[in-house]
Design a protein around this ligand. Structure first.
Ligand code: ADP
Ligand code: ZN
Length: 457
């Protein structure tokens, strides 16, 4: 079975549609979602060859290819992707703003840009076709976890340059849902929308969902009794399985992990299916590689490495072997849900999120995992790194779920948290239990680590 009359993604072939499917259909794009491994790989090779040729419209890529001593004709098999040069965020910065565009600017209809706190911001351009494909990916994900046109989708994610806003908006609309662009923050208004509009699904960063639940509780709103919520899409920031489970328990609904990044389009790149056993990364849109971040050699399935993605359908700004810095591993390439698109584990974090404290490598998510196992603890925490005369220190502040003045109980709890953290991260942090609502909450991605050590360096 062919996914399209023409396997190219970069022409005016209409996207596969769900026309003729009833709400009971399992797949949004049955042709592409149910491809066998062989069919996926054949399609990838064809699209890779085309993408590589398309890149030759751009000076940056011409130069890179020359340096690597290759031409598009060298891509004969899928494994030849490894002959291609890597691209990085630094390349995007160096060519800011439009130096990596592979079509004339007049063919682009949208631009997204990251904040650029450390140097030039990065710019990602989209043609109309790119936006349509992106919406298709998001719609496919939401359909996969059971959403249908009669659902009400509330997008409680930042809009504007952050791709979680418009990305989910267009995807949910494409699926045909009534879509509420609630944007981030203002929890009282969010709750009013949820109850008044009969919201059945929400997308937000996980740290915001737990905050929303706390406000619901304060307002006497019981999500099980007073809302029609049935699922959440949570993503855009690392979170532990324990946090997901906690969110599911608090709200009484399924929470599906959603991976995206602006460089690839935005949300839609990877999403969990109902099996919740890793995220399917859509291999008709991307080639997925996991490499050792030091040697850049592929690592075997099951081993943690850096995620490297090559776009297969992007017109405005295709990216070859883009080093995401995100660390993950391959869980499998088939799935009981019927999709044979690769399954990746939840992200450990980015290699640049890793804290090195007294020679030990620690990811914030490891700390979160432990904290979330204590029912006495709330959902918000903050890790602060400082230096005293001799040592680097870590302080973990964590909110309590319920107020208490039973100091003995608090002391025992603190001791137990320290002990469990030490087992996980091999050193003992200072633990401070603080009242609920006392730690900062950000509207976008949560800030989990404050590194004050730089002051002393
Ligand atoms: P920025 O680079 O400014 O954070 P993006 O919104 O493009 O902008 O963020 C993409 C990054 O967000 C990914 O590279 C990854 O580190 C993180 N991310 C996105 N989705 C998830 C997820 N489901 N789990 C963990 N991290 C995620
Ligand atoms: Zn699946």
């Amino acid at each position: 079975m062919k996914p399209n009359n023409n396997n190219s993604c970069m022409d005016s072939t209409p996207l596969p549609t769900r026309e003729g499917q009833g709400g009971g259909a399992a797949f949004f794009n049955p042709e592409t979602e149910t491809l066998s491994r062989e069919q996926i790989e054949a399609l990838q090779l064809e699209r890779l060859q085309q993408t590589v040729r398309h890149c030759m419209n751009n000076e940056f890529y011409q130069k890179k290819f020359k340096e690597a001593g290759i031409t598009p004709d060298d891509i004969k098999t899928l494994a030849d992707v490894r002959k291609l040069p890597f691209t990085t965020k630094q390349d995007l910065r160096d060519t800011y703003p439009f130096g990596m565009a592979c079509v004339p600017l007049r063919d682009c209809v949208r631009l997204h840009s990251s904040s650029g706190t450390t140097g030039n911001p990065t710019v990602i351009l989209h043609t109309q076709k790119d936006l349509d494909e992106w919406a298709n990916q998001v719609a496919r994900n939401l359909w996969m976890v059971g959403l249908r046109p009669d659902d009400v989708f509330q997008n409680s994610s930042g809009y504007g340059m952050f791709t979680g806003g418009l990305g989910f908006q267009y995807g949910a609309e494409k699926l045909g849902m009534l879509t509420v662009p609630a944007a981030a923050g203002n929890s009282l208004r969010q709750i009013k929308f949820i109850t008044d509009f009969g919201t059945t699904a929400i997308h937000a960063v996980p740290s915001y969902i737990t905050r929303l639940y706390e406000v619901m509780k304060e307002q006497g709103v019981d999500p099980r009794r007073d809302t029609k919520l049935k699922m959440l899409a949570i993503g855009a920031e690392p979170h532990s399985e324990e946090q997901r489970q906690r969110i599911e328990d608090l709200l009484g609904v399924k929470a599906y992990n959603s991976f995206g990044m602006s460089e690839m389009c935005g949300p839609g790149v990877g999403f969990e299916c109902p099996e919740q056993n890793g995220m399917h990364f859509w291999e008709d849109y991307y080639i997925v590689e996991i490499v050792d971040p030091e040697t850049l050699e592929p690592v075997p399935d099951g081993e943690i490495g850096e995620l490297v993605l090559t776009t297969l359908c992007r017109e405005a700004m295709p990216l070859l072997r883009y080093r995401t810095r995100d660390l993950t591993r391959v869980l499998g390439r088939t799935c009981p849900c019927g999709r044979n698109h690769i399954r990746l584990d939840r992200m450990r974090g980015r290699s640049d999120d890793m804290m090195v404290l007294r020679g030990v490598n620690i990811f914030p998510i490891q700390i979160e995992k432990i904290l979330m196992q204590f029912s006495e603890l709330g959902n918000n925490y903050l890790i602060t790194l400082t230096t005293d005369a001799e040592n680097d220190n870590m302080t973990v502040e964590v909110e309590l779920a319920e107020p208490t003045d039973d100091y003995k109980k608090l002391q025992t709890l603190e001791r137990e948290i320290k002990r469990r953290l030490k087992d996980e991260i091999l050193l003992t942090p200072i633990v401070k239990l603080v009242p609920q609502g006392s730690l900062p909450v950000s509207e976008g991605k949560a800030v989990r680590v404050v590194d004050k050590r730089k002051v002393y360096q």
